[in-house]
Design a protein around this ligand. Structure first.
Ligand code: HEM
Length: 518
């Protein structure tokens, strides 16, 4: 590099002659106000941070590629979807993944008991596809209107600014659909060892659309080739005592060493209707789709092989959301998914700015310059998305004077939906049955850990909250209730007087369990 190339300049291109001392009258001051370089330097510094994400503030990005099998399980991918990313065996698509924790701030510990975000941005030839998932297959709630509440309960107390188990349990004990997620979160899988050793799940239910416009319901899964590894709370305490960012370091260092992490991607598929034969609703994200009934079908492999060059530009400013789908993929009516789809781009316009999609990390590089919009202006507008030969005066559509036109319409024939306007819960709630199945498949040591972790936390709740929480656990599984009850010196006898919550509509099976409680 020539000596001239290393000269410090301002962003206006002026070589900086004085960077050690501000301009003053005499060496002891006072300072003068017209000191442009000093003012630029300080005022840019004052604005270095953008608001951190309201959730998933701590995270880390890496880049890589997706390689398709050309199939969905044993069948040609085209049977279910026309999305180009899946069609040919060996077809590669660039991607970015951001892993994250959920509740802590931007510099918080990565060894917390907390779900992990697993958000993938595929830069496909048809534009970006974001699949914003987590490492656990289910979620706390099934309706987006409850999201601010569940997050407020998990975030620090607005007065003391401490995360308070009593507040978390207060909310969860009134939210029976959270029992399945909590049984996962407090199990030995609740603290992933690193980002490289965890699964990923789309969690919400999406659709695929084929060339004829036929639709199926779909769930997405990622399995790490490195295997799944987790930390106990004791191990996690030691790890975070040394390094609050161990998972970021692990991922960054592995990629620098050339040990590229890989995940196999699978989908589960269901016919596109409401499946009255199931005792849960396919649009309920507090439920898994049992793999014996809805087998995993391999669709490809993801490899991470490149680190970011700048944390702020590529990690803080990357913006992913569930609304970002490509042709051949679609939304289902999953009420969480629909709510999320509004929330992500809304927060990103606030957090990053209205032109966040012009930033390199967010722009659809897979379409190779084919971004042609009539959007203009807004803060920090950087370019104009003109098509070659487009009349620059025509930023509206339709026009007969050389403006942009609509794309060819592709078939889309989802089943018709009929209904009455309402604000109500899904009918098939069945909040305990899958939590029971999960508990039942745990080994003894896993149950021991779960009981210790959850029981320890319940001890910190108010007595009434403890009782209600225990009541739910007895509804899940007798042993689960009895063992957690030991922690708070309570048995089924102490909680059987409780009525179901007013929001609950118990199934026949649940009524029987309640009658036999204790
Ligand atoms: C981040 C909202 C449920 C996974 C976010 C952000 C918001 C949000 C506002 C910050 C985005 C940003 O600043 O760029 C919601 C709402 C939900 C919901 C309203 C429920 C209705 C979920 C669920 C999952 C999930 C069920 C898991 C499948 C994530 C991930 C991120 C995130 C991974 C971080 C994305 C990144 O790394 O940039 N969510 N979320 N969220 N959410 Fe959700």
């Amino acid at each position: 590099m020539a000596e001239q190339d290393q000269i410090l300049t301002t962003r206006q291109g002026h070589p900086v002659q004085y960077n050690q001392n501000m301009r003053t009258i005499g060496s002891r001051g006072p300072a003068t106000l017209e000191n442009y370089h000093f003012l630029e330097k300080i005022s840019h510094f004052d604005r270095e941070r953008i608001p951190e994400r309201v959730v998933h503030a701590r995270g880390f990005v890496a880049y890589g590629e997706f390689e398709a099998t050309g199939k969905i399980g044993d069948e040609p991918a085209s049977k279910y979807t026309r999305a180009k990313i899946f069609q040919e065996a060996g077809k590669k698509t660039e991607l970015a993944i951001r892993f994250s924790t959920v509740i802590g701030g931007r510099d918080s510990s990565e060894a917390a008991r907390d779900p992990r975000g697993f958000a993938v941005k595929f830069y496909t030839e048809d534009g970006n596809w974001d699949l914003v998932g987590n490492n656990l297959a289910v979620f706390f709630i099934r309706d987006a209107i409850k999201f601010p509440d569940v997050i407020h309960s998990l975030k620090p107390d607005p007065v003391s600014f401490r995360q308070e188990p009593a507040r978390i349990l207060d909310f969860m004990s009134q939210t029976p659909e959270s029992m399945h997620m909590l049984t996962h979160l407090f199990s030995p899988r609740g603290i992933p060892a690193t980002y490289r050793h965890m699964e990923g799940f789309g969690v919400n239910t999406y659709k695929m659309v084929n060339a004829e416009g036929e639709t199926v319901l779909v769930k997405y899964h990622f399995h790490p080739r490195a295997g799944v590894a987790s930390l106990s709370s004791e191990e996690a305490a030691k790890v975070q005592g040394q390094d609050t960012g161990h998972a970021t370091r692990d991922l960054f260092d592995a990629i620098e060493r050339g040990e590229y992490p890989q995940w196999d991607m699978y989908v589960q598929i269901m016919e596109d209707h409401d499946h009255p034969e199931l005792d849960w609703d396919p649009l309920d994200d507090t439920k898994i789709w049992p793999e014996d009934q809805f087998p995993l079908r391999h669709v490809g492999t993801m490899t991470l092989n490149r680190n970011v060059e700048d944390h702020h530009n590529e990690n803080e400013q990357i913006a992913m959301g569930t609304g970002v789908l490509v042709d051949g993929l679609d939304f289902s009516d999953d009420k969480m998914l629909v709510g999320r789809t509004f929330s992500y781009s809304d927060t990103q316009r606030y957090r990053v700015g209205p032109n966040y999609l012009q930033l390199p990390v967010n722009s659809p590089k897979g379409v190779k310059g084919r971004v042609h919009t009539n959007q203009r202006g807004g803060q920090m507008s950087y370019g104009v998305d003109l098509a070659p030969g487009q009349n620059p005066h025509v930023n509206y559509e339709p026009s007969i004077t050389g403006g942009l036109t609509e794309a060819e319409k592709k078939p889309n024939n989802p089943p018709a939906v009929n209904g009455t306007l309402t604000s109500s819960n899904l009918e098939r709630t069945n909040d305990y049955v899958q939590a029971r199945a999960r508990y039942s498949t745990m080994n003894q040591w896993e149950r021991d850990e779960l009981v210790k972790e959850l029981g320890g936390m319940i001890q910190e709740a108010a007595p009434q909250v403890q009782e209600r929480f225990l009541w739910h656990l007895f509804m899940v599984h007798d042993e689960y209730g009895a063992r957690v009850g030991e922690y708070i010196n309570k048995t089924a006898e102490d909680v059987k007087h409780l009525e179901p919550l007013p929001t609950q509509n118990l199934t026949e099976d649940e009524k029987k369990r309640l009658a036999n409680l204790g």
